[in-house]
Design a protein around this ligand. Structure first.
Ligand code: FES
Length: 107
């Protein structure tokens, strides 16, 4: 199991425990986390799974593929250098303790 800390736009903190091997979006949805809508179910066509990954962990992630970067243009909240689409972030044991910030809105 690994732990992921989500920080909502109002600074509320929510920790979840999950298993590596799945996407960050799937882990969040399975934990009933509010703030990730994931309207397309992870097929990279909605941008409602937008998150910002804190710096130490962001550097551990593979860079986004061009389709992810293109889709981030449709995010409803401002996109930052650490913005990712959580359906494209594959959880690994190295990401234990990762801090993920949620945008104020996904729509
Ligand atoms: S869930 Fe739709 S792009 Fe990630």
């Amino acid at each position: 199991m690994i732990s992921i800390r989500f920080i909502h736009a109002d600074q509320t903190v929510q920790d979840i425990q999950t298993t590596p091997g799945q996407s960050l979006m799937k882990a969040a949805v399975d934990a009933n986390l509010k703030g990730i809508e994931a309207d397309c179910g992870g097929s990279l066509t909605c941008a409602t799974c937008h998150v910002m990954i804190d710096a130490p962990w962001a550097a551990l992630l593979p860079p986004p593929v061009p389709d992810e970067t293109d889709m981030l243009d449709f995010a409803s909240s401002p996109v930052l250098p650490t913005s990712r689409l959580s359906c494209q972030v594959r959880l690994t044991p190295e990401l234990d303790g990762m801090v993920v910030r949620l945008p104020p809105t996904q729509h």
